[in-house]
Design a protein around this ligand. Structure first.
Ligand SMILES: [Ca+2]
Length: 278
């Protein structure tokens, strides 16, 4: 028995130690970026972006975030010196003037972002502190109400995954329950230093089609069937909207109601009769 209790104590101690990180050192911190092939996904076109909380360097204004140019990934710090001017001038970069850098943009049509990719700057290997450390993606609906779509944090137990690599893509997934169609979006970036930079933002998802943000359960099946814009707003309503099915539908409820009324009447009659007998 003593042996058993000793083993138990040892096991408990090991559990405590692993909890305090004694054995957890070798475990890698999970990253929030996802490894998906965006090649077949629809790119959502962006218009009229603007940035707040940053004074961009010359030629590195916010429109460069959506210009489709982001260079070739490389972790070679010196490689940035040999990049073409075209590649160098394709990022938003500058001095941060607020606690957060905000990038606001519109989509040509109401669109649902499902994935998005950030590309690091051409000189991120030398300037990794210019990468954002956290961010939140928001959607703004037609009433001006703001919806949190993706809140990305970094701490001791999870990381954004962004590294000191030039022009490297990092893709993130909007949680399915948050996906909805909006025409205006913005991202609030938390920065670690006095400068911020990002080479490109690419959005993937559904462009146009349905007007309202779909409910999560019914969202997945109809998403593939692209209905033309401006048709019936509700997917369920169109099915029961036919005149034929409407004519048949009320018959069953009427029968049920009739049966229920007869049953209640029978109970009332028996109760009354019993009382009379007394
Ligand atoms: Ca760019």
């Amino acid at each position: 028995m003593k042996k058993m209790s000793l083993i138990l104590v040892i096991v408990m101690l090991m559990g405590l130690m692993s909890g305090t990180g004694v054995f957890a050192e070798s475990a890698e911190i999970p990253t929030l970026n996802v490894d998906v092939d965006t090649g077949e996904m629809t790119v959502i076109p962006v218009v009229d972006p603007f940035a707040k909380g940053i004074v961009p360097w010359g030629g590195e204004e916010v429109d460069k975030l959506f210009d489709g140019l982001y260079g070739v990934p490389s972790d070679d710090a010196m490689a940035s010196h040999f990049r073409t001017d075209e590649e160098k001038g394709t990022k938003l970069g500058g001095q941060v003037t607020a606690p957060m850098v905000t990038v606001d943009f519109f989509t040509e049509e109401a669109s649902a972002i499902r994935y998005y990719t950030f590309y690091t700057g051409f000189d991120t290997a030398m300037e990794p502190r210019r990468n954002p450390i956290e961010w939140t993606l928001y959607g703004v609906d037609g009433n001006g109400d703001i919806h949190i779509l993706h809140d990305v944090v970094s701490n001791e137990s999870v990381s954004t995954g962004m590294q000191a690599i030039n022009c490297a893509p990092y893709t993130y997934q909007v949680p399915a329950e948050n996906v909805g169609k909006y025409s205006e979006y913005f991202i609030e970036f938390v920065v670690s230093g006095e400068y911020f930079q990002l080479n490109e933002i690419v959005l993937f998802g559904d462009v146009g089609a349905e007007e309202e943000p779909a409910d999560p359960p019914s969202d997945e099946p109809p998403a593939g069937t692209t209905a033309p814009t401006g048709t019936a707003p509700a997917t369920d309503g169109s099915a029961s909207g036919d005149t034929d099915s409407d004519a048949d539908a009320p018959v069953i409820p009427i029968v049920i109601t009739a049966v229920a009324v007869i049953a209640v009447a029978a109970v009332v009659v028996t109760v009354v009769l019993k009382k009379k007998k007394k």
